[in-house]
Design a protein around this ligand. Structure first.
Ligand code: NAG
Ligand code: NAG
Ligand code: NAG
Ligand code: NAG
Ligand code: NAG
Length: 229
């Protein structure tokens, strides 16, 4: 049994999104012109100011925005298939309405724009209890999660995690950035302040780096999470 979280209200915004890999390179600096290129579902909409608003303050809802055309992520050379290198960066903002918010959002690479039965709250609109952890999901996601769910092995209520087919993260860290190689500065995801995330995957050495920081901080040279996958 997975417990349902209590009613939470919050609003998620994206104002900028960039992705580069060998087959695709796109940038949305605001989403006003992006309607043709994105598939929106659930409560997600583009505001008149050109923000991508993933959810509004209705309790227990979800929303998705996917790039409309599939992006090839596997490259086959001489019979060897490998995941291409890619980099992405986006600016997001989590605004709480009232005195408690939940649960978070993910950046996800998945085989289909449809997520049948995806659950709200701790399943982040991505998976559901019955398929959580199934290797047939072919889901890669980076979660920005600000509610601690013990059943999903969350370590705290303010973390960034790497999710492979499961919302039990394969690696996770409390939200922070490195101001130098050794000094880590914590910050809140659910602050109402814009923050930036960078996700960089090197298909040769299979290393994935996740970096997050408040918007005014330039990209830190040391990633928050480095994970080989
Ligand atoms: C390429 O893969 C096919 C199917 O798995 C196999 O039959 C063939 O021998 C492979 N060729 C080389 C050069 O490895
Ligand atoms: C995993 O998903 C596949 C495809 O939906 C399904 O056939 C299979 O039964 C699932 N496995 C488990 C253990 O639920
Ligand atoms: C989740 O936590 C439990 C208890 O600490 C542990 O036994 C289990 O291996 C963890 N699962 C994962 C996927 O990390
Ligand atoms: C990620 O964690 C799942 C369990 O949640 C495990 O089945 C899978 O093997 C892990 N993947 C890697 C690459 O460690
Ligand atoms: C990931 O971080 C490591 C250590 O800082 C660095 O050596 C590597 O080049 C980075 N990889 C990518 C894909 O950004």
């Amino acid at each position: 049994m997975v417990s349902r979280a209590p009613v939470f209200q919050f609003i998620l915004f994206l104002s900028y999104f960039w992705l580069h890999c060998s087959s695709e390179d796109f940038l949305f600096n605001g989403f006003k012109q992006a309607t043709d290129q994105l598939s929106l579902a659930g409560y997600t909409k583009i505001t008149k100011d050109g923000l991508l608003q993933l959810t509004d303050d209705t309790p227990s809802i979800l929303g998705h925005a996917f790039f409309s055309s599939p992006i090839p992520m596997i490259k086959t050379t001489k019979n060897v298939s490998e995941v291409t290198s890619f980099s992405t960066s986006f600016i997001l903002d989590i605004i709480t309405v009232g005195n408690a918010g939940g649960h978070g959002l993910t950046f996800a690479i998945i085989p289909s724009k449809e997520l049948p039965g995806a659950d709200v709250a701790n399943f982040l609109g991505l998976l559901r209890p019955s398929n959580n952890g199934n290797i047939s999901n072919h889901v890669f996601a980076v979660e920005f999660d600000h509610v601690m769910t013990i059943l999903l092995n969350d370590t705290d209520d303010n973390h960034v995690g790497i999710d492979l087919n499961s919302l039990k993260s394969n690696a996770s860290q409390e939200a922070a950035y490195y101001s130098t190689q050794t000094s880590k500065v914590d910050f809140q995801l659910e602050s109402g302040q814009p923050m930036q995330a960078w996700i960089d995957y090197n298909g040769i050495n299979k290393m994935l780096n996740i970096t997050v920081a408040p918007l005014q901080i330039p990209k830190p040279s040391h990633a928050l999470i480095s994970y080989t996958m």
